[in-house]
Design a protein around this ligand. Structure first.
Ligand code: LLP
Length: 421
């Protein structure tokens, strides 16, 4: 459910007409809805609570690191899951308390570890032995022991797109399931490390519960083994991954997911951490774009829009489906036409949709890409020297630009010509 709806034939974000934002901010732009963010967070938090879980929700900032989005979720009680010093700084700038921040990622540098330790964050999810040793050194140098979980790779198939599955043994993530016990023993022997938990994340956009259940059961077995080895495990970080509807798929409900978690891990006496990204923000955001030209090709009609693959990479990268809707609804009696919706970038991959049915559109008309709140703006680039798209946050009848469109001067200012050229 989201708060992008038609009123009198025109698409609104809550009580703000998207055509008004388009006029005042220019296109393309990302638009997020506060009410939708709140709803998604509340439904998820309530489901965990109803299942009897003592859970901390750490929003996976990588899905949408805009500090106004993070702040909106933090105000509801969310913590943050970050994967770089940049995201850690964004979470702190958004007002997330350090004691609710988890740091994940396969390649944390010494500098990043030093920064995280200095900030006193909740925990670091360690992904390799070299990282474990380096972190111990860094924490010892500051005279502290850093709370950690080790990310284990449970070798389960998440059944999702190959580029976003992470829990199989051939993936680069985590410590191989079968070696976990020995790495925990090493961790337990290092002076700068305080072992507190187990972490696991098997992939993103999961639309079935079975892979979660399989992974949670493996974690459960591991906890028993570690406890038998005398290692105290008090936290379980089960990552993110619950899918959202982009098209007609029906992902498991938060309640069903929470039930699986409670039935597999609920009696272990551990504090549960979850790291949802897409679930919280995916359907809380859209990308609004304007038709530049309607071009009749040899075999099809192209809607050439002013957003491109650099602004929303998911279709080009994963063949992902995003709903596309006109900002002004078709007039009664107007039929649908089949069009290819493409951007202006010089690559055939810059195609948002092929043979999509839309009402007839003209140059200057606005359209919106749905479910663009997760991994949309976050993954954008300036390819073709296109300025990053601004981000707008709506609340009731008000909106604010929460990331401005850089000017060409801003973009050029980072480049320079050496004096020998
Ligand atoms: N925790 C960890 C350790 C992760 O690697 C991820 C996502 C999450 C949590 C959040 O997962 P979520 O709840 O959003 O599924 N760019 C891709 C998705 C990549 C996901 C990477 N890791 C896409 O656009 O589909």
């Amino acid at each position: 459910m989201n708060h992008f709806e038609y009123t009198d034939g025109e698409l609104y974000a809550e009580e703000v007409a998207l055509s008004r934002i388009a006029r005042e901010v220019g296109t393309p732009f990302y638009c997020y809805s506060t009410a939708t963010l709140k709803r998604h967070y509340t439904v998820f938090a309530d489901a965990l609570k109803a299942a009897g879980l003592d859970a901390t929700i750490c929003f996976a900032c990588k899905a949408n690191p805009n500090i106004a989005v993070i702040r909106t979720l933090a105000n509801l009680g969310a913590g943050a899951d970050v994967v770089s010093e940049g995201e850690l700084r964004q979470a702190l700038a958004a007002g997330v308390p350090a004691y609710r921040i988890v740091f994940s990622g396969v390649g944390k540098t010494r500098h990043e570890l030093e920064f995280a330790v200095a900030k006193g964050i909740f925990q670091i999810n360690v992904e390799s032995e070299p990282e474990l040793r380096l972190l111990s050194e860094v924490a010892s140098a500051r005279g502290v022991r850093m709370p950690i979980s080790i990310r284990v790779n449970p070798d389960v198939d998440a059944g999702t797109h190959a580029k976003i599955t992470t829990g199989k043994k051939e993936n680069k993530f985590g410590i191989e399931w079968t070696r976990a016990r020995e790495v925990y023993a090493l961790a337990n022997s290092l002076p700068g490390i305080e072992v507190v938990g187990v972490a696991c994340h098997i992939g993103s956009q999961l639309t079935e519960l079975d892979p979660f259940r399989d992974a949670f059961l493996r974690v459960r077995d591991l906890v028993a083994m570690l406890r038998a080895d005398g290692i105290a495990i008090s936290r379980l970080d089960m990552g993110g991954g619950l899918g959202v509807p982009y098209d007609s798929e029906i992902p498991p409900s938060p309640a069903a997911y929470a039930e699986v978690m409670a039935s597999t891990l609920g009696d272990l006496g551990c504090r549960i951490v979850v790291e949802p990204g897409r679930l919280l923000v995916g359907n809380a955001g859209i990308l609004v774009s304007r038709v530049v030209y309607v071009k009749e090709g040899a075999t099809r009609t192209f809607l050439i829009v002013d957003a491109a693959m650099n602004d929303l990479m998911r279709p080009a990268l994963y063949d992902a489906y995003h709903a596309i809707v006109p900002v002004h609804q078709a007039r009664p009696g107007e039929g649908l036409v089949e069009v290819d919706v493409v951007g202006p970038v010089c690559e055939s991959g810059d195609t948002f949709a092929k043979q999509r049915k839309l009402p007839p559109m003209r140059s200057g008309d606005l359209l919106a890409f749905g479910t663009a709140g997760a991994y949309g703006a976050a993954m954008s680039s300036t390819y073709n020297t296109r300025p990053l798209v601004p981000e707008v946050l709506v609340k009731d009848d008000a909106y604010a630009v929460v990331r401005a469109r850089p000017s060409y001067e801003d973009m050029l200012a980072l480049e320079s010509l050496p004096d020998w050229l």
